[in-house]
Ligand binder design. Structure first.
Ligand code: FSO
Ligand code: SF4
Length: 541
């Protein structure tokens, strides 16, 4: 076995990528990512055992977030970026350790590597499989994956100037715990729920950052057609990047389109002032290779999900920033104030043709919590009158595997008196089906990005309050969630922490769940997989 990774839904055979990642991650990249995580565990132990004041560790806190984010599925394929990040983190670790004394540290807090070769030599001993007990391994990895998702969300919030050092303190606590061999399976089950608790805090922080800066999303018809001007496509989740790109393209004759998880940006009042924000181009992340060919212009990846571009022509048009990276593509660095210079992207756009039309018309977005709560009376009346019988929470991720057509067929097959609440790129499986409305309430209410699952939780809590229910699980809501990568893991753990039961998780249960851990999730939380569309529609109806 040359590598081992089982962090995403598309993991080979549902058990683990051992030769090369289905996502395109190769052996050396996998090793460098493992070593980076190991280094973060070491830093965490120094912080925890050394009782360091997390509030004073801004540089470490931010770099830990970035490092975690870099290792999310298909965020960063650039081995040199990982080598550099490991060096940065080792120097932070050593600086912090130098402030402590008389403490006996784990190898992760003291090991040294001097070169890429020594990094690659060290890696096979510290990866996922180094934890021999499969239940401990399963729980520890689930926690680490949750922390990766959490770090992604807190990094976006930080880019808008909001942070909560309690979340960083928890990240240290949880990562350090994975080095502590005195902890039991029960301890890690408790830590898993605590990860969900901090997941809620992270999503709330990002929601606050986004809405305080960009306003509350509002119902918006988002154009999915094109105009006849050169343009830049911006993908990923980072709204600050979109803001800077729009500021810099204003009056240049270059248009901007959102892609994939950036679609919800069109619903924020702040972004409506930009005439050159045309709308959304294309679909979920996995269709990008096809859609980048017809888009023609430059593409900015503000985060994952990158599909390795096969052609040099497309690689030359891809720019990355934040935690994202791809070898051979230009990386746009922020200056010390977080400002980025997109001039080379804009200059390239001017030399390229306008996007080719692949769709026409519009889709409706913007049903985040504030907007839905503004319609609360209407929604409650529709439920009381029986016009709406049930809500299906179908948020999460999309993916490239053909079996994901389940979600399209499921959305088409559920009764017409039901409403889908969605967030994340899973929406692309059913947001263009024209599923109609119920008394003016669209049957697909799109709350936004995967992190806006927080909005769905707020909506559920509001409905619970309005209907005077003592348990969120008594609401007429069914959870049929799709997952792909680690942001979905933190969303799931957050829902479990909030007491949501009987979540159906598909298209397959995570490969990182050991049989015993899966049993705990099934028995304690009623988690289950999915079946056929026909069977599930009957079960859920
Ligand atoms: Fe999707 Fe990718 Fe948002 Fe993820 S674009 S899969 S869970 O990164 O983050 O929903
Ligand atoms: Fe495999 Fe997913 Fe890991 Fe990529 S991220 S190596 S596809 S398990």
């Amino acid at each position: 076995m040359s590598m081992f990774c089982f962090q995403c839904q598309e993991t080979a055979k549902g058990t683990g990528c051992e030769i090369r990642g289905v996502c395109g991650k190769v052996e050396d990249l996998a090793k460098l990512q493992d070593l980076l995580i190991y280094t973060l565990k070491g830093i965490s132990e120094v912080v925890i055992k050394g009782k360091l004041e997390v509030k004073n560790l801004k540089k470490a806190n931010h770099q830990v977030m970035k490092s975690m984010f870099m290792t999310i599925t298909n965020a960063n394929f650039d081995e040199s970026a990982f080598e550099k990040q490991i060096e940065i983190m080792l120097s932070i670790r050593d600086e912090l350790r130098a402030t402590t004394s008389g403490i006996d540290f784990h190898d992760a807090a003291v090991f040294e590597v001097k070169s890429r070769e020594s990094m690659l030599e060290k890696a096979p001993y510290i990866g996922v499989l180094a934890t021999e007990n499969e239940d401990l391994r399963s729980l520890q990895q689930m926690i680490i994956y949750g922390l990766k998702g959490m770090s992604a969300y807190t990094e976006h919030a930080l880019n808008i100037g909001k942070e909560n050092t309690d979340i960083s303190a928890f990240i240290y606590e949880a990562l350090a715990a994975t080095l502590d061999d005195t902890l039991s399976v029960d301890d890690f089950v408790a830590l898993t729920l605590k990860t969900g608790e901090y997941g809620v805090k992270a999503m709330a922080l990002l929601d606050e950052a986004n809405t305080s800066k960009y306003g509350n999303p509002e119902i918006t018809e988002v154009n999915i057609g094109v105009r006849n001007k050169p343009a830049i496509l911006i993908s990923g989740h980072d709204l600050k990047d979109l803001e800077q790109l729009l500021d810099q393209t204003k009056d240049t004759g270059v248009d901007v389109y959102t892609h994939s998880e950036m679609l919800p940006a069109n619903s924020y009042p702040f972004f409506k002032k930009y005439d050159n924000l045309v709308g959304n181009y294309g679909n979920a992340w996995w269709k990008q290779l096809e859609e980048f060919k017809t888009f023609k212009g430059p593409i900015v990846f503000s985060t994952n999900c990158i599909v390795p571009p096969k052609s040099e022509e497309i690689r030359n048009r891809i720019f990355t920033t934040n935690a994202a990276g791809y070898p051979g593509c230009v990386y746009i660095e922020a200056d010390e104030y977080g400002k980025k210079d997109y001039s080379q992207v804009i200059a390239l756009a001017k030399t390229l043709p306008a996007p080719e039309e692949i769709e026409t018309g519009s889709i409706v977005a913007g049903f985040a919590h504030n907007q839905v709560l503004a319609l609360a009376d209407k929604v409650v009346d529709a439920v009381k009158s029986g016009a709406i019988k049930k809500f299906f929470v179908m948020g999460g991720c999309d993916g490239r595997m053909p079996y994901r057509k389940y979600y399209t067929e499921f959305a088409q097959s559920i009764p017409k008196d039901t409403v889908i609440l969605t967030a994340g790129c899973a929406k692309y499986r059913y947001n263009k089906l024209g599923l109609g409305d119920i008394g003016g309430i669209p049957r697909v209410l799109d709350a936004g990005q995967c992190n806006d699952s927080y909005s769905i939780v707020l909506i559920a809590l509001k409905l619970q309050e309005v209907f005077g229910l003592d348990d969120i699980n008594k609401l007429p809501i069914v959870y049929n969630i799709a997952w792909y990568e680690q942001k979905a893991v933190i969303v799931l753990l957050s829902l479990l922490y909030l007491g949501v039961k009987n979540i159906h998780l598909g298209p397959s249960l995570p490969g990182f769940l050991s049989p015993n851990v899966a049993k705990v999730l099934i028995e304690k939380f009623g988690i289950s997989g999915i079946g056929t569309v026909d069977d599930d529609v009957k079960i859920f109806a």
